[in-house]
Structures are given as structure tokens and as C-alpha cells.
Design a protein around this ligand. Structure first.
Ligand code: NAP
Length: 296
């Protein structure tokens, strides 16, 4: 029930009407019976500063940040976690005595499903398809797992080079995980170089939107390439609709272990909620709320 004491959380972006975050967070808030509400705020770039000032004036506790503000918000924050700095993107903000602090929970979200496997990084190899925003969180996650060989595959050599250079500039990435972190500079490749990489990889991650609803018949990898996967390779598709994607269907038929993007989505939200509330988030409730929304 929204009442006089209810505290505010939310998400800013443009556009924001398709965001799944309000459904997921309000389901968690109802389940925990805490006095909060989570609202979507459509915010244009030029209104970012005024929005943060307004949020501070009304005592909003914290908020998520989505496209196009994940980088633009940096100069407005008084504290930015080393992880968010390394990724060049903030997705979670909370109010402090000094101003606003920001971090990024996508890496925690990405890593959560991988922790269920008896699987450690040293000596392992990962192939990451795509070099956009989500790919950065995946590279950081793979580095935190201690994966020795991280291969990033893209379609523009220029973009790949910029992507690789950004990691070279990184002196140190603070590691919130209980494993040692060795900064690994990802190796970069064009799609033509994939066949030998696929054969040797232990983890394949799709961070491109290829195969996402409504283009559910598409896959970033041809069936002939998928046949090169070794049995028990983990194939992780960040796409959460459809579940499974064509890529995951084909990979599973080949003996690979599929992971879809739903748990990452839930876990990045859960990590944010835990920061704001200081208590554990109900993962299952959040996942169910998302599934109901996606199936509608
Ligand atoms: P992004 O920044 O736009 O990056 C997309 C990447 O995919 C770019 O490298 C792009 O290549 C590449 N790409 C796009 N179309 C392609 C095609 N037809 N063939 C080959 N490569 C293609 O997007 P993002 O934010 O990283 O998101 C990517 C995907 O991850 C989306 O499907 C999104 O829903 C999903 N995602 C899921 C979660 C989750 O929690 N599960 C979180 C974040 C993202 P160019 O650079 O050459 O254009």
C-alpha cells in the first residue's frame, strides 16, 4: 500500500515504458512487505541534472539507470565504484550524505548462474559474441572468474580495437568476488575467425541481439559452427525472450549446457535492491513476476 511514509525507488531512461524493472522490483517489495514503491521515470538527456536535483530534494532512496544515461550520469555522481568505472557504465545509484553513489550490477547478474557449476576459470577459454555494452560486463565477469583466454568476436575491426584498448587502459579492476582477479586483456577477432575458437572454448556467450524476439528463428551461429562445440561447453545467451533462443536449442541438442538471460536480468535487479534495502532480495518472486510479464 502506498502511504505517507512510502519511500521511493525507480528507474530513469528514454524510452522507459518497456522497462521490466518496475514489475520485478514491485513484486519483490510486495513480497518483503517493505514500505517502498519503484517507479519508471522517462528522463531526456537534457533533464538529467534537474532530475537528480529533484530526486535529492524529495529524498528518493535510489534508482536504476538505463539507456541513454548509463555513461552520461558519471559527472553527476560523487562516488563511482571501480567496477562501474571499468565498465564505463552505471546502472544503479543510491543517495549518500555527499550526493549520489553509482555502481554496476550487471557483472554480478552475469556471474550468478555460472556459480551453480563446478567450474573455475584458470586454464579455461571464453568466446564472447559482440562488443557492445553487455559484452563489457561479460568480459569483466570472465576476468573475475580467472578465465585465462577471453576472445571477443565482432563485425567491425575498428570497434573491436577501441574495445580492446579500453581494457588496456585499465590499471586495476576492484574485485568484489572471492576469487583472485588477474586483469586479462581480451583478444579480438572478426566473425570469420570463429571456427577454431569455437572448438576450444569452455564458455560461449552471445551478447548480440541476434535471435531476440520477434526474430526468434535467427541465431548468431550457423548450425555448422555449433557442431564444432565440445560436449559440456556452457552456452550462455544474454537474450531473455524467447527462452530458449534458437542458439540455445541448437547448442543443447549438441550436448552443450544452456543458460538463458533471465537469471542475469533478475540477479542484476536483486543486487540493486539489496544495495537500497540492505536485505536479501526474493530472487524467485522476481523471476516469476518477470516471466508472467514476458508471457503476457
Ligand atoms: P549493444 O551495446 O547495442 O551491443 C550489441 C552488440 O551486438 C554490438 O557489438 C553489435 O555489433 C552486435 N550486433 C548487433 N547486431 C548484430 C548482428 N546482426 N550480427 C552480429 N553482431 C551484431 O547492446 P547491449 O546492451 O550490449 O545488449 C546486447 C544484447 O544483450 C541484447 O539482446 C540485450 O537484450 C541483452 N542483454 C541482456 C541482459 C540481461 O540481463 N539478460 C543485460 C544486458 C543486455 P556492432 O557494434 O558492430 O554494431
Amino acid at each position: 500500500m502506498i502511504q505517507g511514509t512510502t519511500k521511493l525507488l525507480g528507474v530513469i531512461g528514454d524510452p522507459i515504458q518497456h522497462s521490466l524493472s518496475p514489475v520485478m522490483h514491485n513484486a519483490a517489495i510486495a513480497h518483503l512487505a517493505v514500505d517502498y514503491v519503484y517507479l519508471p521515470f522517462p528522463v531526456k538527456g537534457e533533464a538529467l541534472l534537474a532530475t537528480l536535483d529533484g530526486f535529492r530534494a524529495i529524498g528518493l532512496v535510489g534508482f536504476n539507470v538505463t539507456i541513454p544515461h548509463k555513461q552520461a550520469i558519471f559527472p553527476l555522481l560523487t562516488e563511482i565504484s571501480p567496477l562501474a568505472q571499468a565498465l564505463g557504465a552505471v546502472n544503479t545509484v543510491w543517495q549518500t550524505d555527499q550526493g549520489w553513489a553509482g555502481t554496476n550490477t550487471d557483472v554480478a547478474g552475469f556471474l550468478a548462474p555460472l556459480r551453480k557449476f563446478d567450474w573455475t576459470g584458470p586454464g579455461k577459454s571464453a568466446v564472447i559474441l559482440g562488443n557492445g555494452g553487455a559484452s563489457r560486463a561479460v568480459v569483466a565477469g570472465c576476468a573475475m572468474l580467472g578465465i585465462s583466454q577471453i576472445h571477443v568476436v565482432g563485425r567491425s575491426w575498428e570497434k573491436l580495437t577501441i574495445f580492446q584498448r579500453s581494457w588496456q587502459q585499465l590499471k586495476k579492476l576492484e574485485n568484489p568476488e572471492p576469487v583472485s582477479f588477474n586483469p586479462v586483456i581480451p583478444q579480438i577477432h572478426l566473425w570469420e575467425a570463429l571456427p577454431p575458437l569455437i572448438e576450444q572454448t569452455d564458455l560461449l556467450v552471445n551478447t548480440t541481439p541476434v535471435g531476440m524476439s520477434p526474430e526468434v528463428g535467427r541465431s548468431p551461429l550457423e548450425p555448422a559452427l555449433i557442431r564444432h562445440l565440445a560436449p559440456k561447453t556452457i552456452v550462455y545467451d544474454l537474450i531473455y525472450t524467447p527462452r530458449p533462443t534458437r542458439l540455445l536449442q541448437m547448442a543443447q541438442a549438441q550436448g552443450a549446457i544452456p543458460i538463458d538471460g533471465l537469471e542475469m536480468l533478475v540477479q542484476q535487479g536483486a543486487a540493486a535492491l539489496e544495495l537500497w534495502l540492505g536485505q536479501s532480495a526474493p530472487i524467485e518472486i522476481m523471476a516469476q513476476a518477470l516471466l508472467q510479464k514476458l508471457e503476457r
